[in-house]
Design a protein around this ligand. Structure first.
Ligand SMILES: *Cc1c(COP(=O)(O)O)cnc(C)c1O
Ligand code: SF4
Length: 322
């Protein structure tokens, strides 16, 4: 564990780094090296600093585990069939009025339960200028699309100049009424949210940010300050959370998280049932338990703090509320 004497200053990306930082045991090295061959690792300083004990809700989300090598029979590398619904590289089009645009597949942190874990990684999938042009042409040719959701990977790790150019280009497409960005960057590295980034996001088209956070401890004062930069420019922030065993599968943990979101002017939007990505069984919570937690929270916390509990059905059938 971090010893509290010095604060972490660099992102841990290798098993060796995790062992040196006291976040993995040398005995686990061979198994963790096998995990690292398959799935990307990155634990940025802000998140290292939040790990208090082994297997706490922060550790569990980001530190690799040998159990990731076991793929259960029902788990799939593309659990919600994004690939089958991708007409051209970088676009996923499942619903008539919304499309996803994935400008890159890298993230500032790699979550051990990620449903895109077979696709995301540090050297993964930056769309070339030509591929981006093709994506704009696809969106332009589909007047039924009203909203483009930038996701990835994490769009907020693009340079403000590049992200701003993408947003302004999308904003020039007349039938696009609303843009949305799905991100974990403000939690992984609040310093990524600079004034230059806030300026790049300050566009005429209504832009919503959807922040992925799973535990109240992730929402530090530094995260709050970074979000405030965006909120001051009229960017509403929604919260999305994945229900995870050993992280937030209790009334206390979710209640604390949703209230912490409200205090930061984040509207809890979705509580996701975990998608069946390979090697993620240790995070599974039965849907009955998820329903029970939300039922128990109703009446105890503000209705504005309660998200929709949502399940993305396998095979690209789309989301349904649970
Ligand atoms: C989740 C998702 C969306 C967005 O759905 P909302 O319910 O509007 O948040 C859009 N396209 C795809 C392919 C998705 O998986
Ligand atoms: S930040 Fe999002 S896309 Fe990246 S690893 Fe975590 S869940 Fe997956």
């Amino acid at each position: 564990m971090p010893d509290g004497l010095s604060s972490p200053t660099r992102t841990l990306r290798r098993v060796e780094d995790l062992i040196s930082a006291g976040l993995a045991s040398a005995d686990a090295r061979p198994a963790l090296e096998a995990v690292a061959q398959r799935y990307a690792i990155a634990v940025p300083p802000a998140l290292q600093a939040l790990i208090a004990t082994p297997d706490d809700p922060i550790f569990r989300q980001f530190i690799p585990d040998p159990a990731e090598l076991i793929t259960a029979p029902h788990e799939s590398g593309d659990p919600i069939a994004d690939e089958a619904l991708s007409p051209i590289p970088g676009i996923v089009h499942r619903y008539p009025d919304r499309a996803l645009l994935k400008p890159l597949l890298a993230c500032p942190v790699y979550c051990r339960f990620c449903f895109r874990r077979e696709q995301v990684g540090p050297d993964g999938g930056v769309l070339s200028d030509a591929a981006l042009e093709a994506a704009y042409a696809y969106l332009e040719a589909q007047p039924g699309i009203r909203e483009v959701i930038l996701t990835g990977g994490d769009p907020l790790i693009l340079s403000p100049r590049r992200l701003g150019a993408i947003l302004r280009r999308l904003g020039s497409i007349p039938h696009l009424e609303v843009l949305r960005i799905h991100t974990r960057a403000p939690v992984a590295d609040p310093a990524l949210v600079t004034t230059a980034l806030a300026e790049a996001l300050d566009i005429d088209t209504p832009l919503f940010l959807c922040l992925h956070a799973n535990h109240a401890r992730e929402l530090t004062p530094a995260v709050g300050a970074s979000l405030r930069l965006l909120q001051r420019r009229g960017i509403p922030i929604l919260g999305q959370t994945v229900l995870l065993a050993g992280v937030n599968d209790s009334e206390t943990a979710l209640g604390d998280l949703f209230r912490a979101m409200l205090r930061m002017r984040i509207k809890p939007y979705y509580l996701h049932q975990l998608d069946a990505a390979p090697g993620t069984a240790r995070f599974h919570v039965p849907p009955e338990r998820g329903r029970e937690i939300l039922t128990n929270l109703r009446g105890h916390i503000s209705g504005t703090a309660l998200p929709t509990y949502i399940f993305d059905r396998p095979g690209g059938l789309g989301k349904i509320p649970l």
